[in-house]
Design a protein. Sequence first.
Length: 105
Amino acid sequence: MDSGSQAVSSSAAGAQWYLYLLECQRGTYAGITNNLAKRYHAHCMGKGARYTRANPPIALLGAQPFADRAAASRAEYQLKQQSPSQKRQWAAQWPYLLCNEESTC
């Protein structure tokens, strides 16, 4: 997946949306959010998407920042078309650590 010109660096102040990939008990889950720590915590507590309620997350594999929701949504669609191994390759290009090492449930 091409990161394109719409992605911004993780240190950019204007990055408000993230495309993220979770390793779950039975596969991966991709989603978008404007508050990565809060959304990840919701997934871990069983309050997230139906898939992550049935297949709890094990770890946050990666997250790519975007300037707006539309760009993140387009990238999410492209990522979801990829094979599991391609998704993991994408995540390796966008490692993301949450504060206080909260990247694992």
